[in-house]
Design a protein around this ligand. Structure first.
Ligand code: ADP
Length: 380
């Protein structure tokens, strides 16, 4: 079956063009063609489109092979360009190939033409497929970037909303809560012992609930203020932040007999108060979620590229990997208040602080084998 081939021939000699076409027909092509011999005619022909290949003489009376090659390039069409010419010498031929011609054939050796055309058509096909794949990749990359941008904007908006909600809720709920607590106090003072026996117990439950709610609201307020009430970053010695955190936890450290080992930590640009809060939450948890052994907590740092990784490791109860993401979400806890006290806000505050400083936070752990909370902070 002859293969159809639509050729643009840049050639002043009709006879040479005829020989060329005959050679290609012999090679199994069903050829259609147009012959041009000026730049204008070539541009006009290219404009019509539909070409499979361009075959050009090297020296024409008013035109040349290299000029023809530039016209083809300018047209943006990636067609095979083969020079068929009288003997032009090796240097010129090499120069033409360097300029982008795909092959060079001497008019006296036209038997090479059909195989060369076949090879160049195949290669052009490969180039086209590669371009298509690259284009598809670029499009899917753009699509991905657009989606990431959309999601980020959505996340920023929903974080802002959550922050605002947390602030309003924690702030506005404090007043009615104070009212509940005061009247419970009053009930307790005036009527304890005077009512039925159960009544004292009920008052205690209600007061316990109100106290927990107070802690919840306070934590929620702290959470909502990480972004809005944060201070500007200043050069902060993390060794000092860590010391302050441990000193704030003094009572719990002493009661639990916790041993805290601190490696040398870096100085970085950060919100000092938030760094104290971060260490305090992580070390507080390391002490709280202990097993029967006395807590052993180690704080260390490692520099990789332009970021520090800080690690807080403990020998506590550990965490099942399926909860690694959940625990950083607000109000998410893995235990009842009876097992371990808490509000489930501590780690979400840590996450917000670390992210405000451009870092990431995660946990590495196995149930029963202790946990290591890691976070990164930028060097600058
Ligand atoms: P809270 O401590 O008030 O429960 P957090 O947000 O600080 O809230 O922690 C969320 C949950 O993550 C905890 O309830 C606990 O299940 C788990 N967790 C946090 N730190 C540790 C730790 N060091 N060891 C084991 N579990 C931990």
């Amino acid at each position: 079956m002859p293969k159809p081939l639509h050729i643009l021939i840049v050639e002043d000699s009709e006879d040479d063009a005829f020989l060329l076409l005959r050679e290609l027909r012999k090679g199994g092509y069903e050829v259609t063609s147009e012959r041009v011999e000026t730049a204008e005619a070539m541009k006009a022909a290219l404009g019509k489109g539909g070409w499979d290949i361009v075959i050009s003489d090297y020296v024409l009376p008013v035109f040349g092979g290299l000029a023809a090659l530039s016209i083809l390039k300018e047209s943006g069409q990636d067609l095979p360009f083969i020079i068929v010419s009288g003997n032009i010498g090796e240097d010129i031929a090499v120069g033409a190939m360097k300029a982008g011609a795909h092959d060079y054939i001497i008019k006296g050796n036209l038997t090479r033409l059909a195989p060369a055309v076949e090879r160049e058509l195949r290669e052009a096909e490969v180039r086209r497929e590669k371009r298509q794949a690259e284009e598809a990749l670029r499009r899917s990359h753009e699509e991905l970037e657009r989606k990431v941008e959309e999601r980020t904007a959505e996340l920023v908006r929903s974080n802002k909303e959550l922050e605002q909600f947390a602030y309003i809720a924690s702030h506005d709920l404090q007043e009615p809560l104070r009212m509940i607590t005061s009247y419970l106090d009053l009930l307790d003072k005036r009527y304890r012992g005077k009512l039925e026996k159960d009544a004292g117990e009920f008052i205690d439950y209600a007061a316990g609930g109100a106290a927990h709610m107070k802690t919840l609201l306070n934590d929620l307020l702290v959470y909502s203020r990480v972004g809005t009430k944060g201070k500007p970053f200043e050069l902060t010695d993390l060794n000092i932040s860590l010391k302050s955190a441990i000193s704030n936890l003094k009572k719990r450290v002493e009661e639990s007999g916790a041993q805290i080992t601190c490696g040398n930590l870096p100085g970085i640009y950060a919100d000092e108060t938030q760094m104290v809060q971060l260490f305090q939450n992580l070390i507080g948890n390391a002490i709280k979620f202990r097993n029967s052994d006395a807590p052993r907590v180690t704080v260390s740092s490692e520099l990789k590229g332009n970021e520090w990784t800080i690690r807080v490791s403990d020998n506590g109860i550990g965490i099942d990997p399926k909860f690694f993401d959940k625990i950083f979400q607000i109000f998410q806890r893995l235990h009842t208040k009876g097992q371990y006290p808490g509000t489930g806000i501590g780690l979400s505050i840590c996450k917000k602080i670390v992210e405000r400083h451009g870092g990431r936070i995660w946990v590495e752990s196995e149930p029963g084998k202790g946990s290591t909370f890691c976070f990164t902070l930028r060097v600058k």
